[in-house]
Design a protein around this ligand. Structure first.
Ligand SMILES: [Zn+2]
Length: 528
């Protein structure tokens, strides 16, 4: 018998953490960062204490109470004695690995806490994006997916108790097992081992997914980040299929279609399927985003700012095409340049920044005295392509700036002329914090006389994009009818919806099928 225990992704969008047990063999399906659970307790200035290791996360219920699966350097004092009474406490040592579906943190973030010898199974693109994001960002201790800084106890003079501080001896890389490992180029291998931060990296070689003690199938699917996949796992009860996040209306929709066909041939015993957009009746495809945004940018007299989700490489390429056609330069931030360069190691069709005349790199106006290695290297490598705020300020109609809310701080250095355009190509706010950000964004736009296009507005407490300004964002998730198509084509015996606020949707709409639908509960187990 196979047991599935759901420690995350139950009635929440993201935070998937699903334990699969088959005899003595065990795997996790994703090990994500539970944004909505964090929001219940934490915000920007109130965060779990890095120095308290696992304690805050276990006590506050943000991590499953599973002794034996976590990094021992994060175990403070008598940690497990305090946790042992918790409802779902279990001692669990043998975990064969994590099957990671894609590099969004709500699926990968908490891998950060797992023992370093627990391997992560993923596509090469997912592993490389995870590393690029970490290399070029400031990963908090609860988002160090690809490598981490071990913590050591230090006794400070005058303190009654030791403190757990980040070790200065260097970072430790995780072991990744890559689907199609053998086809990686030498440059790609070098990137994986490269020491890109100031600290020394204790690097790990990569393995292939064949090292898993389950027979695995990795199916590439289309989502709003490259490298996403679904997994097939052969268990003693039959094949189990885990969708990760997917859509049927993006640039790589054929991948999802192929997955559906191949998964149906397995006659799966169970399908674990996402349900983010069950409420949506239709999708906006990426080519419509392109057409609508092209129209808006083409008619814009001055500067254009394009706001789209980080790591959505397809969207970046959509705006690159628009830049070419409107005779503008697409000004991207160094971290996007670093991501594109990394992606090109695996996908040669990604444009080479050095050769692409429509891409320039925007250098932020303020800098630190000791910039990170990756940043220095990026500016050096593309030195002929770097533009400054004053270059943009004096030739505003020559640029599309790829900025989001978090980059607005550059605007005082640019001073966009009144009538400039802010194209919003992302999703509506889902919570109060994001609503506050929109409230602030509106003030920024007003202050500089920027014309917002595609921005959600509040009407009776609901935030919606006005009818005539829709069509500037293709979601990463399939709409309700498409999700039903996925189930009907794959035809599992049992369907288990996750990653959804309304999993009942499947019961309401699949009553005529013979598929058994099981809604998991938080910490509960489903046997198949
Ligand atoms: Zn997700």
């Amino acid at each position: 018998m196979v047991r599935l225990t759901f420690y995350g992704g139950v009635r929440e969008i993201g935070g998937n953490k699903i334990l699969l047990e088959d005899g003595g063999r065990r795997l996790f399906l994703d090990f994500g960062y539970p944004y909505s659970k964090y929001r219940d307790y934490y915000e920007e200035y109130l965060k779990p204490r890095a120095g308290a290791g696992l304690l805050d996360l276990l006590v506050m219920g943000l991590l499953p109470h599973l002794q034996g699966i976590y990094r021992t350097d994060l175990e403070t004092g008598n940690l497990w004695q305090q946790i042992r009474q918790a409802e779902h406490y279990r001692r669990l040592e043998d975990i064969g690995g994590v099957l990671l579906s894609h590099a969004h943190l709500d699926h990968s973030g908490h891998i950060s806490f797992l023992r370093e010898d627990i391997p992560v199974y993923s596509t090469a693109t997912t592993a490389f994006i995870a590393k690029a994001v970490q290399d070029s960002g400031r990963a908090d201790f609860d988002q160090q997916v690809c490598y981490f800084t071990p913590r050591v106890e230090e006794c400070l003079k005058g303190w009654r108790q030791g403190a757990y501080v980040a070790s200065s001896s260097g970072d430790q890389q995780r072991r990744f097992c890559i689907a199609g490992r053998s086809s990686l180029s030498e440059d790609a291998e070098r990137f994986w081992r490269q020491v890109i931060r100031r600290k020394k990296l204790d690097s790990q070689s990569m393995d292939d997914i064949g090292t898993c003690d389950f027979n695995l199938l990795c199916f590439p699917v289309d989502h709003s980040i490259p490298g996403a996949c679904a997994w097939g796992i052969e268990t003693s009860s039959g094949w189990l299929v885990y969708s990760g996040d997917l859509r049927l209306h993006g640039k790589r929709a054929n991948l999802t279609a192929t997955f559906m066909k191949e998964a149906s041939r397995l006659h799966p015993r169970a399908l674990i399927l996402e349900g983010t957009n069950v409420d949506k009746k239709t999708n906006i495809p990426e080519h419509e985003v392109y057409e609508n945004a092209l129209k808006a940018v083409g008619a814009a007299p001055g500067l254009v700012i394009a706001d789209f989700p980080a790591r959505d490489v397809d969207r970046l390429l959509t705006f690159l095409q628009i830049a070419r056609e409107t005779n503008r330069k697409l000004a991207i931030l160094p971290r996007d340049a670093y991501l594109l360069k990394t992606m090109r190691l695996l996908e040669p069709e990604i444009p080479d920044i050095a050769e692409e005349s429509a891409i320039v790199i925007y250098q932020e106006t303020t800098a630190s005295r000791s910039p990170a290695q990756w940043l220095k290297k990026t500016y050096e490598e593309y030195s002929g392509k770097v533009v400054l705020a004053r270059d943009v300020a004096s030739n505003q109609s020559d640029f599309i700036l790829c900025f989001s809310f978090w980059d607005l701080n550059e605007l005082p250095s640019i001073q966009p002329r009144a009538g400039s355009l802010y194209v919003f190509s992302s999703s509506e706010p889902h919570n109060e914090e994001q609503q506050m950000d929109f409230w602030r964004l509106n003030h920024w736009l007003e202050h500089f006389g920027l014309h917002g296009f595609g921005l959600p507005v509040e009407r009776d407490g609901e935030w919606e994009i006005p009818e005539e300004e829709r069509g500037l964002h293709a979601s990463g998730h399939a709409c309700g009818p498409d999700l039903l198509r996925v189930v009907r084509e794959i035809q599992p015996r049992t369907l288990i919806p996750v990653h959804s606020e309304k999993p009942e949707f499947y019961q309401d709409n699949l009553g005529d099928s013979r598929i058994n639908i099981v809604l998991p509960s938080e910490g509960g187990t489903v046997e198949i």
